[in-house]
Design a protein around this ligand. Structure first.
Ligand code: LLP
Length: 409
């Protein structure tokens, strides 16, 4: 069940692969942050790259979230979801001039700028429009988030942010630009972080910088600590959001920054464990070396195992009690050996059974592709005993729509 709705029923009604999300689970995850930050000036900007489906954005925006975006496309989605542009922040290392203009026209809350070159282009674009762009400089605090190297972003060798030692000079420069208005400072050290230590280290380094910047007479209105809090995929035990923020706020108070507006950019921790991907077992293929369970979901739907060797729990919807279980590699139909969803899983299943791939609410649908001309899955949002189809299954016609065939030979 997801809330009051049977997953088996949804799989039969809508077909598979099918993403199913619990609205209550998202709101519960959000409430932990809201409790943690209660009584403080704060803005929770959901990092919509984790899952940008409109109905999910609407759910979080209506519950009080701002949004963290990384492209003009995400900005359009944010507007379609009814977000207030003043509560949207624009992250990312490669914003184009067109994206800057689009965001400035709408009155975006803040640009999180990642390089001196970007700062200068933004200054020029804003001056051309007769505006001042609200900016924050993303600091690379050089702390180890102790997570997968592909999702670690706060170390010196990463492409993200401005090196700690160059930050004050960058602010001095920004303050002199007629097209810019300094409003904040930000960092984001990585994703799927399961310890509070890296956050505390990053906070200390950022607060040192705020002191240095303000000593130059440049006011910092908000401090943005990014996202990154992990979820339980495989017995991981990240701190709860309210406990983590309890700790961080204590540090903030101790250092005399308790009155400062706090921004955060959580993605995964708001939606990751609110979603599952349902898939049907197509074929059992036992072999001499390996047993393969071939299912109808694939790396185009669930790219995290192929990209990061990520673990997702896989459970049958209707366990066959007492039947002997076999160890399977759960794989999809895509023509790549990298197309696997789980390895060495003990499961007792038959063809036609449904499986649920868990913790699939974040970075699955939003990273899904059309590889092998597979249509992207459908999505259902559950609230109580109500299930709403929030995205139809993509057809081959949807995919062909943008293509232009050659004229007849
Ligand atoms: N803010 C910035 C600037 C970010 O780059 C990210 C994620 C977030 C916030 C949200 O981080 P979260 O709270 O979701 O950890 N595809 C990978 C994760 C990539 C994360 C990219 N940046 C995965 O599936 O694990």
């Amino acid at each position: 069940m997801v809330e009051g709705v049977s997953l088996e029923r949804l799989a039969r009604e809508h077909g598979t692969p099918l993403f199913v999300y619990s609205q209550a689970a998202m709101l519960t995850a959000l409430a932990a942050y809201q409790r943690g930050l209660a009584g403080r000036r704060h803005l929770i900007c959901y990092a919509m790259k984790a899952n940008s489906s409109l109905a999910i954005l609407q759910t979080l925006v209506r519950a009080g979230c701002g949004l963290d975006i990384v492209s003009g496309g995400e900005l359009e989605r944010a507007m379609a979801a009814g977000a207030d542009p003043a509560r949207v922040i624009f992250s990312g290392v490669g914003k184009t001039r067109a994206e800057m203009r689009q965001a400035l026209r709408l009155g975006i809350g803040c640009f999180n700028v990642e390089s001196r070159a970007e700062l200068d282009v933004l200054d020029e674009v804003a001056r051309d429009m007769g505006l001042r762009a609200p900016v924050s400089v993303r600091v690379n605090p050089n702390v180890d988030a102790k997570t997968h190297p592909y999702i670690s972003t706060g170390l010196k060798g990463n492409k993200f942010g401005i090196a700690h030692e160059d930050v004050i000079a960058t602010y001095r420069h920004a303050a002199d630009c007629a097209g810019l208005r300094v409003v904040g400072i930000d960092c984001h050290i990585g994703s799927q972080i399961t310890q509070s230590g890296p956050y505390l280290d990053a906070m200390d380094r950022i607060l040192d910088l705020v002191q240095g910047i303000e000593a130059e007479g440049i006011a910092i209105e908000h401090i943005d600590f990014g996202g990154g809090l992990g979820i339980d995929y495989q017995g991981d035990a990240p701190p709860a959001a309210d406990a983590l923020w309890g700790q961080l706020l204590q540090r903030l108070d101790a250092r005399g920054f308790g009155e400062r507006a706090i921004y955060i950019e959580p993605g995964r921790s708001l939606v990751g464990n609110a979603g599952a991907c349902l898939t049907e077992v197509l074929y059992l293929k036992p072999g001499e070396h390996k047993n393969f369970l071939i299912v109808d979901a694939a790396m185009n739907d669930l790219p995290r195992p192929a990209l990061y060797e990520a673990f997702h729990r896989i459970v049958p919807l209707a366990p066959r009690d007492g039947a002997p279980s076999t160890t399977w590699d759960v794989v999809g139909p895509v023509c790549e050996s990298g197309d696997w969803i789980g390895r060495d899983r003990a499961l007792s299943v038959r063809a036609g059974d449904f499986l649920a791939v868990l913790s699939a609410g974040a970075y699955c649908m939003s990273m899904a592709s059309n590889y092998n001309t597979r249509g992207r899955a459908a999505e259902v949002l559950v609230s109580g005993d109500q299930a709403t189809l929030i995205r139809s299954r993509e057809t081959a016609a949807d995919q062909l729509r943008l293509e232009r065939p050659l004229p007849p030979a």
